[in-house]
Design a protein. Structure first.
Length: 134
């Protein structure tokens, strides 16, 4: 539920990709407010099995550090497949960065109490020297 409106898990996935895209492009906005609106305080994010974020307060700095290493990036959503119970979805997107190249990403996103509480991402880059993720 955002601003009193119940959203489907698919809309959460779209908002998550939009958030990542805008942050990757360096669009100026109040990211702390967006993070509070979308993510639970206990939010956890993993990439290829490594914990990147263990609570919501770490998310913005993790993304900023990533942009510093990878340069600006774009997110192009290719698939969003919601679960029947509207609590999880599988997201597939292409992340294209200035410094690290293109990644095919598959993410499983979970929603609890109207907020994103977990995202587990798998980054794949053929013939990568980046160990699979940024």
């Amino acid at each position: 539920t955002i601003r009193g409106i119940t959203m489907s898990v698919k809309l959460y996935a779209e908002r998550y990709n939009e958030f990542q895209h805008q942050l990757g492009q360096g669009v100026e906005q109040n990211y702390e407010a967006i993070i509070t609106e979308l993510f639970s305080p206990e939010f956890k994010k993993t990439a290829n099995g490594d914990v990147l974020v263990s609570n919501r307060s770490q998310l913005f700095s993790q993304c900023e550090n990533c942009r510093e290493m990878a340069g600006k990036w774009t997110i192009q959503s290719t698939d969003i497949i919601p679960s029947a119970d509207n609590t999880q979805c599988t997201i597939r997107y292409l992340l294209t960065s200035e410094k690290a190249g293109q990644f095919d990403v598959i993410a499983i996103m979970s929603i609890s109490n109207g907020l994103i509480d977990r995202v587990d991402e798998v980054y794949y880059q053929p013939e990568s020297e980046n160990n699979g993720y940024i």
